[in-house]
Design a protein around this ligand. Structure first.
Ligand SMILES: [Zn+2]
Length: 312
C-alpha cells in the first residue's frame, strides 16, 4: 500500500486562521472544490459537496449511487456558522462539485447559478424555478458587494482508463433525481469565475487549459489541483502560467487536494499523487517573489481580503 506523506509536513503552507468578523472578505475551504466566500452582508458557496459516500475503490466510484444527505449538510452549515446563503455557484456538474447544491439551496434559501446541467440537478432536487439561474460565457451577477463573472473553460482531461465507464456525453438531459450513479452527474461544461469585491478579486480557476481569451486579472486564485498528478509537468507549468501568472495573482489557494469520497469528519488525506502536485506548485510559486501559496485545510476560516482602508 502506498503511504502518503503526512499533511503536517505542509503546515508552513496552511493559511493563517482568522475569525469571521465581517471586516473584509472571508473564505472557508471545505474539501474537494467546496468553498464559502462571504463578507458582512452576503455569502456565496462554490461547488457544495458534504454528502460523501465513504471510501470507494477504483472505478467502482463511478457506478456508486449517491444522494444528498440532509443531516450531513445541516451539520456542515452549522459548523460554518451560516444559516442563509445568497448564491450557490457551480463550476461544473460532476457529483463531487454539484451533488449537494439543491439540498444546500433548500436549507439556506440560496439561488443556484450554473450551466443547463446544473439547472437540471436543481430541478431534480426539487428546487423552484425562481431559484434557478442559468449562466453562459460572460454572464455577470451582482450579489451584495460581490460581482461574479462566469467564463467558459474546460475540464481537466480524464485519464484514459476512466473514459469507458464515464458516459461520453457531457450534458445532463433530464432532471436528475437522486439517488443516481456518480457517472450520471455529467460535467455539463466548465465555468471559471471572477469574483470581484471592493476589497479584492478572486479567480476560481479550472485545472483544464482553455482557449477563452477573456483576460482575467485577480489578486488571488483558488485552483483545483485534483487529477493534476496524472498530467505532465509541462501541462502544470502552462496551467500555472495561464491561471496564476497572467492574471498577476499574488496569492494561490490550492483546492481539491483531499480524497473526495472520505467523510469530512475524518482527517483529510491527500488524493493519490496530489502531494506531488502540491510540491510542484510550491516550487513554481517559489520562482516568483511576492507570490504566496497556501494549502487551505477543510473548515478553517481565513480572511481572503482585508477591509479596503487597511490594504497596503
Ligand atoms: Zn469534474
Amino acid at each position: 500500500m502506498k503511504i502518503l506523506p503526512e499533511l503536517k509536513n505542509y503546515s508552513e503552507y496552511f493559511p493563517p486562521e482568522h475569525e469571521f468578523d465581517g471586516d473584509g472578505v472571508f473564505f472557508n475551504y471545505i474539501g474537494a472544490n467546496s468553498m464559502l466566500i462571504r463578507d458582512r452582508k452576503s455569502s456565496i458557496m462554490i461547488d457544495p459537496y458534504f454528502s460523501r459516500p465513504g471510501r470507494i475503490v477504483g472505478l467502482r466510484y463511478f457506478v456508486k449511487k449517491v444522494e444528498p444527505n440532509p443531516t450531513a449538510i445541516a451539520d456542515a452549515l452549522k459548523k460554518l456558522g451560516v444559516e442563509k446563503i445568497d448564491a450557490i455557484m457551480l463550476t461544473h456538474t460532476h457529483a463531487d462539485h454539484a451533488l449537494d447544491a439543491p439540498e444546500v439551496a433548500k436549507q439556506t434559501s440560496a439561488t443556484l447559478y450554473g450551466s443547463h446541467s446544473a439547472m437540471l440537478i436543481g430541478k431534480g432536487g426539487g428546487m423552484r424555478d425562481d431559484k434557478l439561474f442559468e449562466v453562459a460565457d460572460k454572464t455577470r451577477i451582482d450579489i451584495g458587494d460581490f460581482r461574479i463573472t462566469f467564463y467558459e473553460s474546460v475540464h481537466l482531461p480524464f485519464p484514459r482508463v476512466a473514459r469507458p465507464i464515464l458516459n461520453s456525453k457531457t450534458e445532463i438531459d433530464d432532471p436528475l433525481e437522486p439517488p443516481v450513479r456518480i457517472a450520471e452527474y455529467r460535467e455539463g461544461g466548465w465555468f471559471k469565475m471572477l469574483i470581484e469585491h471592493p476589497c479584492g478579486t478572486l479567480h476560481i480557476s479550472s485545472s483544464g487549459i482553455d482557449s477563452n481569451p477573456a483576460v482575467i486579472k485577480a489578486d488571488a486564485v483558488a485552483i483545483t489541483i485534483g487529477g493534476l498528478g496524472l498530467r505532465t509537468e509541462k501541462y502544470r507549468e502552462l496551467l500555472f502560467e495561464k491561471s496564476i501568472l497572467i492574471p498577476q495573482a499574488k496569492t494561490i489557494y490550492m483546492t481539491h487536494w483531499d480524497k473526495m469520497a472520505n467523510p469530512l469528519d475524518q482527517k483529510p488525506e491527500f488524493l493519490g499523487r496530489t502531494h506531488m502536485v502540491v510540491n510542484h506548485f510550491i516550487e513554481m510559486a517559489s520562482r516568483h517573489k511576492d507570490l504566496s501559496i497556501y494549502l487551505p485545510i477543510p473548515w478553517q476560516t481565513l480572511r481572503l481580503f482585508p477591509p479596503k482602508e487597511t490594504r497596503k
